[in-house]
Design a protein around this ligand. Sequence first.
Ligand code: HEC
Length: 106
Amino acid sequence: MLLTRRWIVLHAFAVLIALSGGCRAEKADLEFGRYLASECVACHRNATADGAIPNIFGMAEARFTVLIEAYRNKRLPNPIMQNVAVRLKDDEIAALAHFFAVTKKP
Ligand code: HEC
């Protein structure tokens, strides 16, 4: 009985530690995304109705990633976004994708 209880307590701690570690990783990723996004937001907060500057807040991460990679390898022709995207590494694109997916337009 005592053994069982100890087993439960130990595992409860293990789960707690795993969960808090996960939350910290999530938070770090979001903060990294926010940090990288400041230059993007300078343009994209002024999204226009005609789409000349598209709104990217709330965009699904998968769609965002496909678009940025397309600018990066020049399959999408816009030179402004090509210059922006060519500087981004994969982990930075992932952090930005997450940030914009969960952030509302200011
Ligand atoms: C100087 C202004 C400017 C900056 C800075 C900028 N963008 Fe853009 N972005 C644009 C314009 C203009 C377009 C539309 C390009 C086109 O028509 O293909 C665009 C398009 C996009 C798209 C495609 C949206 C869609 O629905 O097709 C994404 C995603 C995007 N930008 C993300 C970013 C990210 C992430 C950053 C920062 C790392 C960034 N942009 C920085 C101006 C900017």
